[in-house]
Design a protein. Sequence first.
Lengths: 256, 262
Amino acid sequence: MSWARRLRRVVLPLLVLAALIGAWQVAAANGTIADAFSLEPFLVPSPAEVGKALWENRTLLWDNTWVTLREILIGLAAGAVAGVVLALPMRFSELFRDTFYPLAVAAQAIPVAAIGPILVVWFGFGIGPKIFLVGLFTFFPILVNTLDGLRSVDPEAVKMMRTLDGSRWAIFRRVEVPSALPPFFTGLKVAAAITPIVALIAELVGSTSGLGRQIITDNANLEVARMFAAVVILMVIGIVLFGLAALVERLVIRWR
Amino acid sequence: MEPGAAATTDGGAAVAIRGLSHSFGELEVLAGLDLEAPAHTVLGLVGPSGCGKSTLLEILCGLREPSAGAVAVGAAEDAAGRLASCAFMPQRDLLLPWYSALDNAALALRNRGAGRAEARKQASELFGRFGLAGFERELPGRLSGGMRQRVAFLRTLVAGKPVLALDEPFAALDAITRAEMQEWLARALREDPRTAVLVSHDVEEVLYLCDRVAVLSARPGRVVTELKAPAPRAPDRLAAVTDPAFVHAREAALRALREGSR
């Protein structure tokens, strides 16, 4: 890709974003949005006020961000490990795959907002249920993509390896694992992008700290600017995690 | 190339196929083939699409056992023995995109447990002689079609097996590159004679590269006729393929192909 094109892919979205924020700033500051929805003006903070809330509450927000970030990172790591560890026996054993793949699909159908309160009843308000939920909803895209990658190996390449004295293990590590890496990273990126949502819902249904807890408290106190601040932080977490996964992918997969 | 050079062995085994038949369930693909390739000669197989050429190579390489008949590579008659004696060069180069050209060429050595440095050293000795010097570290995605095919052939040679099984090695190349690669392969085999079985649907290609050519019929494949090539792997390809004897053999092969396709 040319440099002009790369630059364009960064600059153009930022310009659109800046325009949207600018429009919001104007509409919030002169009361257009509040009038349109018949709201008190203090319920419609402008981007500048959200920025001010971010700065003035930085200690509180950082403490809660750290709680949520920890849930996300540990949960994502657990989900990635579980996804890969389950994909391997599913690759090699049809019996294992037939038995557990439908169950993995079923696990994905569990509504996070419904199982959250149950976990809170059982395990309390600690970090455990949040990690479990983040893990539960991230292992699936990683499992499905990794398994697809392991199984999509060209059978001709396997024959070629066999005539070159490749053992089952050599075929696995020289052909199947590298083939599965790009799909694995696709799964990891999808999983990383959804983690803030899962962590937030898990916190909303029962927690003592974290950005979700803070949104509930601010909701009760009509601290709308700080609620927006929390939303901005969650978005940034999602984007940064996705970007990190994409960066690692580019460093690992040099052949594309 | 000097005979007996590093990473290649003196390809001494002969190939003998007797009464070979193969079916996939109800579908009969090969019907009673008798073929032979004495040591250091190249046997060509040409036939219409779907005549079982690739299945025949898989059986030869020990990737399958035939439904009936016997296939011997040197002294090896069972699948495991044939697998140990044949190196297979597939239709598409199938270079592993995550390995450099050199690491692809050295694959067989690594598979046998050689260390990376040792395997690279052995394979790199062949790179210069195959017109690939300077491209050792390139990933396959950055090589031209002809170069990829050369690396794939090198990978097959480095395996050091007595018999090479070549499955339409140049089918994916454009006509000009293909002619160049045929000359290149002819030279490689002149300098380092191997026993090889070459499958192709290109009559000119097999008549130029092989000592003997078997024309196979449409499925189920059987031998329609066997031809002796007039000037196998002659240094001047263009002169060889326009020689009246070659043109005559080519015509005979094409007639046999047409007869076998009916």
